[in-house]
Every structure is written in C-alpha cells, then in structure tokens.
Design a protein around this ligand. Structure first.
Ligand SMILES: C[S@@+](CC[C@H](N)C(=O)[O-])C[C@H]1O[C@@H](n2cnc3c(N)ncnc32)[C@H](O)[C@@H]1O
Length: 216
C-alpha cells in the first residue's frame, strides 16, 4: 500500500484532477477569488490555470509531499506566484482575519477532521472574506447513493482518504459539502451563501459555492 501511495497514487490523482470535466466548475469557483488568497489542498496544482487574470499571487497548502513532483514544476512555470507550504488544513499557522479569499476544490472530501478545518478556514478569513469551494457529494438519486456507499471503503483506501458519502448520517449532515459553509462554517450567514455551479461528473453531483464570513 505504501508503494501505491508514494508512487502510483500521485500519477492517478494528477490524471483524474486534470480531467477536462472539471475545467468549467474550477473556473466558476475561482472567478471570484481576489485579494489575499489561500488555497487549501493544492494537490498537483490543477487550479493554477483557472485563476482569473487579476490574481498574481496565492498562498497554498497541502500535506502530501509525494505530490511535489507535479505541483512544484507547475508552480515554477505558473503566471500566478505561489507561496507553498506542507500543512494540514486542521492547523493553519496564519493569523486570524488575514485572508480575503480561501479556495478549496475537491478537498473537503479528503480532509480527516473537516469540521476542525472549516473552523480554521473561518478563523483566517477576514470579516466579509469569501470561502469558495467546489465539492462532490452524496447523490440525491437513491440508486447512485447506494453504489457510493458500497464503493466508499475502496475509494477511501485507494483515493487518498476521499469519501464518496460525506453528507450522509448525523455527522455528515453538518458537513454536507454543498452546504458546508452554511451549516457548519457560517451558520448565521445563510443569506450570504451563493451557489456558483451545480453539475454532475459522470454520476457524482458537483457543487460550487461562495460563503462570506459575517462582518461584525
Ligand atoms: C482530490 S485532491 C484535490 C486537489 C486539488 N484541490 C484539485 O482540485 O486538483 C485532495 C487533496 O486534499 C489534500 N488533503 C488531504 N488531507 C488534507 C488536509 N488535512 N489538509 C489539507 N489538504 C489535505 C490531499 O493531499 C490532496 O492533494
């Protein structure tokens, strides 16, 4: 399994994340990114070409050093300058109220303690700052959802900890990706949640949202 995670998984991840089906949802999610930006779960750097022209620098974190062989060359040739750190989203070393935008694509599904991570994202966002996220989640189609449940243990082992069924069960309801900001991160800010994109990738549902941190 170790060999798989160190040598095979990074290639599979880069291949999957490079799929053109994600281009439009990535662009929609990142279109609003502005000011001081933090990207959570940078992966192999597949968001870089999709930042809007006004963005010239971001900070980015990802704990997986095995992805460096893909991410570092992309950083080196990117129009957007990247200050990259190997870090977990659950423990961010940044000051509170310090980012205008936090970006997170296809990553909330993989973060072990996602509720804690969302709390950290909330902490580092400036009041009025925006959390832009793109996630897949449990399908509303019962037949698809049943298959997601069946395949979840395999996906979890082979897919770097990715959950196909986040959004299920009591704890899941608090972190249903498409409404994570609304229910967990910014409970009092429902009116400020904007859906940016709803779609499907094969059978999985995909949603992009923007949540604003309440101004005091
Ligand atoms: C499916 S990949 C998505 C990568 C990238 N965001 C993209 O859209 O191409 C999930 C990423 O989450 C990262 N990840 C896993 N646990 C994490 C954590 N605790 N904090 C931050 N990122 C994490 C993984 O290393 C991986 O790069």
């Amino acid at each position: 399994m170790c060999l798989y995670h160190h040598c095979v998984f990074p290639y599979l991840l880069d291949l999957a994340m490079g799929s053109r089906v994600f281009d439009k949802p990535r662009r929609r999610t990142l279109a609003r990114a502005s000011g001081r930006i933090l990207e959570i779960g940078f992966g192999t750097g597949r968001n870089l070409p999709h930042y809007p022209p006004g963005v010239s620098r971001i900070e980015a974190i990802d704990p997986d050093t095995d992805l460096d062989r893909f991410s570092l060359p992309r950083i080196a040739t990117s129009r957007v300058a990247v200050d990259f750190h190997h870090l977990n989203a659950e423990h961010l070393p940044f000051a509170g109220d310090s980012f205008d935008s936090v970006v997170c694509t296809l990553t909330l599904c993989s973060i072990p303690d996602v509720v804690h991570a969302l709390g950290e994202i909330h902490r580092v966002l400036k009041p009025g700052g925006q959390f832009l996220f793109l996630e897949h989640g449990l399908s509303p189609d019962a037949r698809v959802a049943r298959w997601q449940h069946r395949l979840n243990p395999i996906q979890n082992r082979l897919g770097g900890g990715c959950h196909l069924i986040r959004g299920d069960g009591a704890a899941g309801r608090r972190i249903r990706p498409a409404s994570a900001g609304c229910r967990t991160l910014l409970p009092a800010a429902r009116a400020q949640i904007r859906r940016l994109h709803d779609g499907r990738v094969r059978v999985e549902v995909l949603s992009a949202c923007c949540c604003r941190k309440k101004t005091h």
